[in-house]
Design a protein around this ligand. Structure first.
Ligand SMILES: *Cc1c(COP(=O)(O)O)cnc(C)c1O
Length: 482
């Protein structure tokens, strides 16, 4: 089985190569067609989380044998604070899929706990002896989850770039206190898209040598996407087990979306045979995807808003490129659209393509005030505390609920990662010390502070680099690749 670039179907790679390289040499994203890799839902539902993960990964990344994957999966998910890994919690009429029980309290952990193993496994499979330098641009959560995942993993090093004023204090503190001999962290003067563009530029400029090669921990890496397919099956299985649905019934999922990785994993699950009904793409005030899924026009020339859900503050949603390919099956079309996005700042897909997309994907957006309203209301009504990203999804889900079809709302972060916004939403005054706010939130709600966020304040700051966005390439060349 081969992966190919979304921009040229002749540009191929084995699954292990796709994982190790992260991005295709032509700038496209590696992809296989999940519709050609079916999994039997009935069989899947017999398995526990680890068994489901093994089945999904063997299917999507067949270079890895079950014997290789089993210990990787056990090690990756041993770090989660619940044996369920991704518990499904009933809150009012919705099923909230909690994806934040990993080491950094955000959904990125589900994939980034496993990715380092997949990368070291790929190096074994390919007999690759070079040092792998992982580059990541982060809007807050990826960086920490990747730093944690790759910390002290042999023959790798990792650099996390984050927008200087674009992440929460807690997120920043999580990153700048990261230990590990092989980690670097730099704040970039700019927004997340600047950081992401900078990383793409570095990939284009730096060619692999025998000593060092670059790879990515962003969701452009197929090794990030594959593990995320698992929890769509898992949530469905939980609904069947609890008697809420029968096997074969459709279930809708609403996904708080930024780079389109999480929701694309849902599309993979659907194409692989899971009875997914509609996938609802929820955005914050940065509503470029809402406009796209409504009109077929993707236009990045728009104001960039800093919101209370910073992990979704994005103008260029990288993984959409994969969806465009899967729907069109036409690499030259994707290549043209991506070129237009680069040169003129926008593109328009055909009416036929928009129709295909809208047959599966719903969309909606919700601003900070709307998200705050949901946090307050859900707390008062159900005594359930959700973070601003989850609240955006909840608000959008409310506009897309269908009679008789269960709705799963993906919950992507612990509310304790965003205590300022959450306290504000609950109508509480707060100072400007986010650590004191965590305590305040705990006193107010009685919900435990996750142990990985407790004690963050006292940890020593180990990373202080602040650089211009144009200096990212030099930073990598002089600091990491030297
Ligand atoms: C990354 C992230 C998202 C967006 O996920 P994508 O895969 O980029 O669409 C949503 N919520 C949180 C908390 C995140 O960290």
């Amino acid at each position: 089985m081969q992966y190919n670039s979304t921009r040229n179907h002749k540009q191929t790679a084995s699954p292990a190569e796709a994982v190790l390289r992260g991005i295709a040499p032509d700038g496209g994203l590696y992809l296989c067609d999940p519709a050609t890799l079916p999994l039997d839902p009935a069989e899947m539902l017999q398995k526990d989380f680890a068994g489901m993960a093994e089945a999904v990964l063997v299917r999507l990344l067949p270079d890895y044998t079950p014997e290789m994957l089993r210990p990787m999966i056990a090690a990756a998910y041993g770090k989660f604070d619940t044996a369920d890994i991704t518990p499904l919690v009933m809150v009012g009429d919705y099923h909230v899929l909690e994806l934040f029980h990993g080491p950094t309290c955000a959904f990125k952990d589900v994939a980034l706990s496993l990715l380092p193993y997949l990368i070291t496994g790929a190096k074994q499979l390919l007999n690759d002896k070079a040092k792998t330098v992982i580059l990541t641009a982060t809007s807050g959560d990826t960086g920490k989850a990747a730093l944690e995942g790759f910390c002290d993993v042999t023959s790798t090093s990792i650099v996390a770039f984050y927008p200087k004023d674009g992440v929460s204090k807690i997120q920043e503190r999580q990153m700048v206190t990261q230990r590990g001999k092989n980690v670097s962290v730099a704040a970039v003067r700019g927004n997340f898209d600047d950081a992401q563009t900078g990383v793409k530029h570095i990939f284009a400029e730096v060619k692999p040598t025998e000593k060092a090669e670059l790879s990515s921990a962003n969701s452009i890496n197929i090794g990030r996407l594959a593990p995320q397919v698992v929890y769509y099956f898992r949530a469905y299985g939980d609904l069947v087990k609890s008697g809420r649905i029968h096997l074969g019934d459709v279930v809708d999922y609403t996904v708080p979306t930024g780079n389109f990785g999480d929701i694309l994993a849902g599309y993979f699950a659907r194409q692989m045979g899971l009875p997914v009904g509609r996938l609802i793409c929820a955005s914050n005030a940065n509503d470029v995807l809402t406009e796209f899924l409504t009109t077929g026009r993707y236009d990045k020339r728009r104001p960039f808003y800093k919101t209370t859900s910073p992990s979704m503050d994005i103008l260029v949603s990288s993984n959409l490129e994969r969806l465009l390919y899967l729907v069109s099956q036409d690499a030259s079309c994707v290549e043209r659209l991506m070129r237009e996005l680069n040169t003129q700042g926008w593109y328009q897909v055909s009416g036929w393509m928009l129709e295909q997309l809208r047959a599966v994907f719903g969309c909606g957006c919700c601003d900070d005030a709307g998200a705050a309203e949901v946090i307050g209301r859900v707390w008062r009504k159900h005594r359930y505390l959700c973070d601003p990203h989850t609240a955006v999804a909840w608000a959008v889900a409310e506009k897309h609920t269908r009679e008789g079809v269960p709705m799963v709302v993906l919950s992507t972060a612990s509310p304790y990662k965003f205590p300022a916004a959450v306290l504000h939403a609950l109508g509480e005054a707060s100072g400007d010390d986010e650590f004191a706010m965590m305590e305040q939130l705990h006193a107010l709600t009685g919900m435990d502070i996750p142990k990985n966020l407790r004690g963050l304040e006292g940890r020593p700051v180990l990373h202080t680099d602040v650089i211009d966005k144009d200096a990212m390439l030099d930073y990598v060349l002089s600091d990491v690749l030297k």
